[in-house]
Design a protein around this ligand. Structure first.
Ligand code: XMP
Length: 505
C-alpha cells in the first residue's frame, strides 16, 4: 500500500494532517523526526509531510531532520514550522515577524499543480510568528500573504506552505493536500478504513492463537467494535466483560448487553454497583472520585478475569492518538486524570490485542457502520470512564446520582426529538450543591440547581457551547423541574473550552 508519512514536530497538528489525508483516501502514518530518513528510503512511502509545531527553528532544541532526506527525491511538503525548517536547512532565511493568526488572505503567484482548483486569492488559516524572509536558492515563491509574507514556495519536489491546509478554516486546504499527494507524489492507491476489516480480523486470529480473549466493553463505539472484531476472529473464545459500576446513563447496561448478545458476542455483565457507590458515597474531591472509580474498576475487572482460567489475551479499543501522543508536552499540567478501560495496572499478565490502534475515531465509526452496528452505537456521544460520577459536583450521593441520570435522559430525549442529538458532541446534565427556592404545588420547596451542558466539538480539545433553540431549552427545563423531585432550577452552561472543560470535574 502506497502511503504518506507525517513527521511529528509536536502539538496536535500531525494528527490533524494525517486525518485529513486519510479522509481523502490516502493512508498516512505519523512518524517521529528521528525516523524520517528510514521512511524516506522505504519504497512504500511516496510522500513526506513536515508538520507544524510549537518550536522556532532558532531554538537550540528545535526538532530537526537529516539533510539527506532532501536529496532522496521523495516529494516533501513542509507546513508552517516544516516550511520554515526547509527554508533554514536549504540556505534560506527565517526571521521573527509580527505574526499572522487566524484567517488570512493569500494571493497566488503564477500556476502550480498543488494549487489546482484554487482561485487567485483564497482565505487560509495562519498561526505563526517566524516567517521565511528569504527562500533558499532555487526556490520560487508560489503565493504571498496579504501581509507580505511568503505563503508558499517550491523547488522541484520540495514544497513549503506557511499556512495550515489541515485546518477546516483553510477552505481549499484539503484540495491542496490531495493535489500534493495525487499529482505531485503520484499516489494512486485508495485507502478506506472499512476495507481493512478482513486484514484486522486476520491479524487478531494470527496473534490470539489459543486460549480465551477477554474484551472489556463499556458501550462505547471503540470497545463494541473491538468486541465484534475479536468475535469474528476467534468466535467462542471471545468473552466480553461489562462492569456495571452504577454510573451509567439510564438503561445503558441493558442496551449494551442486548446489543452484544444479538451480535453473537458472549457478554458477562458484572454487577458491581454496590461496591462503587459505597466507596464513592460522600467523596467530594474530583480527582479522588476518579481514583476510586479507576481502582475499583481494576479490582473488579481482575476478579472477573480470574473466572476465565483459559484467558490469554486482553483486547481493548486503543486508538491511534493514544498510541502516538503528538500533543503530549513534557511537564505539562495534568488537568484531569482520565480513566479508560485501558487504564489497567501493569500486573495484568494477559497479552494485549489492540485491533484499532491504527485508526482515528471517525474511522472506527466507518468500520462500525460497515459491520452493521446500529446508529445509536456508531454515533454515540463520548462518555467518561468514571461515568456520572464526574457530573456530580461536591459530595457524591445516590440522590444526586439519580438526579443527573434522569436529567441527562431528558436532555438526550429532547435533543433527539429536535433532531439535534447527533449534531452535537455531548449533551448532559450536572448537579452540585447550590440550592434554589421554588414553588411546587403552591408550597415553598428548596431544591437543587441542575446545569445542562451541550457542546459542539471536533476532537474535545476545544469546544463551543451549543446555541440551542429557546423552545428546546424550555422543554428540557420544564421537564427536568416537573419530572425530577427536588429540582427547582435549570441553568444552561455557556462557557467554551477553554477556559472551561467539557465535564465539570
Ligand atoms: P474535558 O472535561 O477534559 O473532557 O474537557 C474532554 C473529553 O474527554 C471525556 N472525558 C473522559 N473520557 N475517560 C474518558 O475516556 C475519562 O476519565 C474522561 N473524563 C472526561 C469528556 O467526556 C470529553 O469528551
Amino acid at each position: 500500500m502506497e502511503k504518506a508519512v507525517v513527521v511529528n514536530f509536536g502539538g496536535q497538528y500531525a494528527h490533524l494532517i494525517a486525518r485529513r489525508i486519510r479522509e481523502r483516501g490516502v493512508y498516512a502514518e505519523i512518524i517521529q523526526p528521528e525516523d524520517v530518513e528510514k521512511a524516506a528510503k522505504n519504497p512504500e512511502v511516496k510522500a513526506i509531510i513536515l508538520s507544524g509545531g510549537p518550536s522556532s527553528v532558532y531554538q537550540s532544541v528545535a526538532p530537526d531532520i537529516p539533510d539527506e532526506v532532501f536529496q532522496l527525491g521523495k516529494p516533501i511538503l513542509g507546513i508552517c514550522y516544516g516550511h520554515q525548517l526547509i527554508a533554514k536547512k536549504l540556505g534560506g532565511e527565517v526571521r521573527r515577524g509580527k505574526g499572522e493568526y487566524g484567517k488570512t488572505l493569500v494571493r497566488l503567484v503564477g500556476k502550480d499543480p498543488i494549487f489546482d482548483g484554487w482561485e487567485a486569492e483564497e482565505v487560509v488559516w495562519m498561526s505563526h510568528e517566524d516567517y521565511v524572509a528569504q527562500p533558499p536558492p532555487g526556490f520560487s515563491v508560489l503565493a504571498m500573504s496579504e501581509n507580505g509574507y511568503v505563503a508558499a514556495m517550491r523547488k522541484g519536489h520540495i514544497y513549503g506552505v506557511q499556512f495550515h491546509p489541515e485546518v477546516a478554516h483553510t477552505a481549499k486546504g484539503g484540495v491542496l493536500l490531495e493535489n500534493f499527494l495525487r499529482k505531485v507524489a503520484k499516489i494512486n492507491d485508495f485507502w478506506r478504513p472499512e476495507d481493512q476489516i478482513g486484514r484486522i480480523v486476520e491479524e487478531i486470529r494470527r496473534k490470539a492463537t489459543e486460549g480465551d480473549v477477554i474484551v472489556g466493553v463499556s458501550g462505547g463505539v471503540d470497545s463494541t467494535v473491538t468486541a465484534v472484531l475479536v468475535h469474528m476472529a476467534v468466535g467462542e473464545r471471545a468473552h466480553a466483560i461489562f462492569i456495571d459500576h452504577g454510573l451509567f446513563r439510564d438503561g445503558e447496561p441493558e442496551q449494551v448487553a442486548a446489543l452484544l448478545n444479538s451480535l453473537g458476542v458472549k457478554v458477562h455483565v458484572i454487577d458491581a454497583r454496590e461496591r462503587f457507590l459505597r466507596r464513592l458515597e460522600g467523596v467530594s474531591d474530583c480527582e479522588e472520585k476518579r481514583r476510586i472509580v479507576g481502582e475499583t474498576f481494576a479490582e473488579v475487572f481482575a476478579e472477573a478475569v480470574a473466572r476465565f482460567p483459559n484467558a490469554r489475551y486482553l483486547a481493548q479499543g486503543t486508538l491511534y492518538p493514544d498510541v502516538i501522543e503528538s500533543g503530549a508536552v513534557k511537564g505539562a499540567d495534568k488537568i484531569k486524570s482520565h480513566h479508560n478501560v485501558g487504564g489497567l495496572p501493569p500486573w495484568f499478565s494477559l497479552s494485549l490485542v489492540e485491533p484499532l490502534r491504527e485508526f482515528y475515531k471517525d474511522e472506527v465509526r466507518k468500520i462500525a457502520k460497515a459491520l452493521g452496528l446500529p446508529d445509536e452505537v456508531v454515533y454515540r456521544h463520548p462518555f467518561p470512564g468514571p461515568g456520572l460520577a464526574v457530573r456530580i459536583i461536591g459530595p457524591f450521593t445516590k440522590e444526586k446520582l439519580e438526579i443527573v441520570r434522569k436529567a441527562t435522559k431528558i436532555v438526550e430525549e429532547e435533543l433527539e426529538k429536535a433532531g439535534l442529538l447527533r449534531k452535537v458532541w455531548q449533551a448532559f446534565a450536572v448537579v452540585g450543591d447550590d440550592k434554589w427556592v421554588g414553588v411546587k404545588g403552591d408550597r415553598r420547596a428548596v431544591g437543587y440547581v441542575v446545569t445542562v451542558r451541550v457542546v459542539e466539538s471536533e476532537d474535545a480539545m476545544t469546544a463551543d457551547w451549543a446555541k440551542l433553540p429557546y423552545d428546546v431549552l424550555e422543554k428540557i427545563s420544564a421537564r427536568i423541574t416537573s419530572e425530577i423531585p427536588h429540582v427547582t432550577m435549570v441553568a444552561y452552561a455557556t462557557t467554551t473550552k477553554p477556559p472551561s472543560t467539557i465535564e465539570p470535574c
